[in-house]
Design a protein around this ligand. Structure first.
Ligand code: FAD
Length: 358
């Protein structure tokens, strides 16, 4: 176990690290509910599901933090947050918060933290969440563990155990923030399971004002230009993914991947070497340094199953691996394996599914 703060001297004979008693005033678990243009990012509900488990272990409240420009949208997000497990929603509605900008969001979040003192603060490891988490942690001078794959509570000191890959994904490390609060962590979309909504669940709302004027903010939003490419690759939330690796041989062979995906209504993904080679766009990379996915079906063609790829897709319900090496690591965790040449097998599968689904 490592730690991201200077550790106090360990008492003799004690194996576990003790938390500083000064930090006992910090109570409760907070989840940042990420909203952009009125849409809540699903990772927020995934984190509320995980936050609920941690809050129950600690016997504390779970709160949703919702920032934005429209009280109506925030109110609706709060109602949804309650159905996914939140007891409480802290809301800051201000026109300044309509579009995400680091400065006012950091101010709103750090003001809330300083006033209400949560012990744990979780954010999605999205573009927005990563940007906000870093500035909130540095403003509050607290520890942040990024891109966690697992969260747990240390039964001895009630501290957050935040686990994440390290040394290029070959090892997992568990990090504790011992001397500062809140303990912050970001988690990528799809790493945590989506909780079931309980429609009749209700909670309390606390509204706060943003202590900031538009003139205080350097960054101005002039225009919103949607990223068409990103909107097309909905890999993280796809039900079916057909993915190709270096074993596909060359860029042209990826047509076979796209053909099968089209018949199945699937998204296309790939391993890092193929995105690096330009056979696929970078936002279609699955794995530790790409996307984490949880489809019902993941078809992996010509992918060896290296740990850095595996961590991004092993939560798939069913994995079908096509590989010409019977000893390829992917067969150790695939649900079904087909040993053979993917370039020959893929068109056969495509024809078979086409005739079945027609
Ligand atoms: P290879 O390992 O080259 O495997 C190709 C496979 O195809 C082999 O098993 C071979 O038997 C099979 N094959 C060959 N020909 C055929 C054929 N005709 N038909 C069927 N099968 C065939 N990788 C990722 O994927 N995603 C990441 O996010 C990622 N992040 C990384 C982060 C770090 C810090 C590091 C160090 C590495 C990362 N990697 C990542 C790289 C990872 O370690 C592997 O190198 C990569 O996953 C291998 O990709 P591959 O399986 O496509 O290629």
């Amino acid at each position: 176990m490592s730690e991201n703060t200077a550790a106090p001297a360990k008492p003799k004979g004690k194996k576990r690290l003790e938390l500083d008693p000064r930090l006992a005033a910090y109570k409760g678990i907070w989840v940042f509910v990420e909203m952009e243009r009125g849409q809540v990012h699903q990772v927020s509900w995934e984190l509320l599901g995980e936050g609920r488990k941690l809050a129950d272990i600690l016997d504390v409240e779970l709160s949703a933090i919702i920032l934005g420009g429209s009280s109506e949208e925030l109110g609706s997000a709060a109602r949804s947050a309650f159905t996914y497990g939140a007891d409480l929603a802290y809301i800051v509605a201000d026109p300044i918060l309509t579009d995400y900008r680091n400065e006012p969001y950091t101010k709103a979040m750090t003001d809330l933290v300083n006033k209400y003192q949560p012990e744990i603060l979780l954010l999605g490891a999205t573009t927005l969440g990563r940007d906000l988490a870093g500035s909130v942690a540095t403003t509050l001078l607290t520890g942040l563990t990024a891109d966690c794959t697992e969260l747990a509570i240390d039964p001895d000191n009630r501290g957050l155990l935040a686990t994440r890959p390290t040394f290029g994904g070959s090892l997992l490390c568990t990090i504790q923030t011992l001397n500062y609060r809140p303990q912050m962590a970001t988690i990528r979309p799809r790493v945590m399971a989506m909780p079931d909504a309980v429609p009749e669940r209700r909670g309390r709302v606390i509204s706060e004002n943003l202590q900031m004027q538009e003139d205080d903010i350097i960054a101005k939003v002039l225009e919103f230009i949607p990223d068409e490419a990103q909107e097309q690759a909905q890999l993280a939330y796809a039900d079916i993914i057909v993915a190709g690796g270096r074993g596909m041989g060359k860029a042209e062979n990826f047509r076979l991947i796209w053909d099968l995906a089209a018949v199945l209504g699937a998204e296309v993904g790939g391993s890092r070497p193929v995105t690096h080679a330009g056979w696929l766009p970078a936002d279609r990379q699955v794995g530790q340094s790409g996307k984490t996915v949880r489809p019902k079906l993941y078809i992996a063609a010509g992918i060896s199953g290296a740990i850095q790829h595996r961590v991004g897709m092993e939560a798939s319900d069913v994995i079908i691996a096509i590989n010409n090496d019977p000893n390829a690591p992917i067969f150790d965790f695939a649900t079904y394996g087909i040993v053979g040449d993917a370039v020959q097998i893929l068109p056969v599968l495509t024809d078979a599914f086409r005739s079945r689904l027609a």
